[in-house]
Design a protein around this ligand. Structure first.
Ligand SMILES: Nc1ncnc2c1ncn2[C@@H]1O[C@H](COP(=O)(O)OP(=O)(O)OP(=O)(O)O)[C@@H](O)[C@H]1O
Length: 225
């Protein structure tokens, strides 16, 4: 669905990522690890076409991204759900409205989608927090709300950037379980994470491949995981 071939990228002329090859196919489950600053967020941005590679090619749903118009890219992004590292909520809107925001942006009627919005919020265990403002949510609640928002358009691919960033172990496992459940439904999941314990926990339950960014290159992580 998303395929990067020999992709290169750098900020301000400095090379950061080189020869990146990655295929996110239906049902695949990838972890992306590597030290802080290695380029995990950058790689995720390349996957959802927020950044344009300086070399190589990104194919999205069978088409080269370089030949897509802006409106085509916008349509395609609906098929990719992104859980951002910093969650990025609108502070004046409650959790339910934040989760539903991609629907509003896509011009969909929230009334027509009421049942699925509520179902999704219940699925991430936040039914009783639906009317809370972002500032009133705990770290784990924010992360689960961010996951719900990433799923509201039923994407085929889910890219999660440190989705268990500021939460305790129990909550990390809860989030992981949700992501594994999505993967079992056939979605392609990629999780950027520093948390080696989380990766080990996932390997016991899902057919997860672990990739590591090192010195700008993407490699399979070894048996140490
Ligand atoms: N917009 C930008 N302009 C210039 N440099 C940037 C920009 N975004 C990121 N960088 C730099 O690129 C490098 C990779 O950043 P990136 O956020 O992709 O790493 P990361 O592996 O996700 O890090 P972390 O684990 O700390 O989140 C870092 O050195 C960062 O400072």
């Amino acid at each position: 669905m998303i395929e990067l071939s020999d992709v290169r990228y750098g900020y301000d002329g400095t090379a950061l990522l080189t020869d990146i090859n990655l295929a996110l196919v239906p049902g695949s489950f990838h972890f992306l690890t590597g030290p802080s600053g290695a380029g995990k967020t950058t790689l995720i941005k390349l996957c959802y076409l927020e950044l344009t590679p300086s070399g190589g090619q990104v194919m999205a749903f069978g088409r080269p991204a370089s030949r897509m118009r802006r409106d085509e890219i916008a349509m395609l992004r609906r098929r990719v759900g992104v859980v951002h590292q910093d969650c990025r909520f609108l502070d004046h809107m409650n959790l339910r409205d934040n989760v539903a925001l991609p629907l509003s942006v896509a011009g969909e009627s929230l009334t027509a989608h009421r049942a699925e919005i509520d179902e999704l919020i219940a699925w991430v265990g936040l039914a009783d927090r639906a009317h809370a403002l972002p500032a009133e949510l705990s770290g784990g609640e924010r992360q689960r709300a961010a996951l719900a928002r990433a799923l509201i358009l039923s994407p085929d691919v889910i890219l999660a950037d440190e989705p268990t960033g500021n939460v305790d172990w129990e909550m990390s496992l809860k989030l992981l379980t949700l992501l594994i459940e999505l993967n079992r439904m056939g979605k392609s999941v990629l999780i950027a994470s520093h948390d080696l314990n989380l990766i080990r926990a996932a390997k016991g339950q899902a057919n997860a491949r672990v990739l590591r960014l090192r010195a700008g290159r993407l490699e399979m992580a070894g048996a140490d995981l």
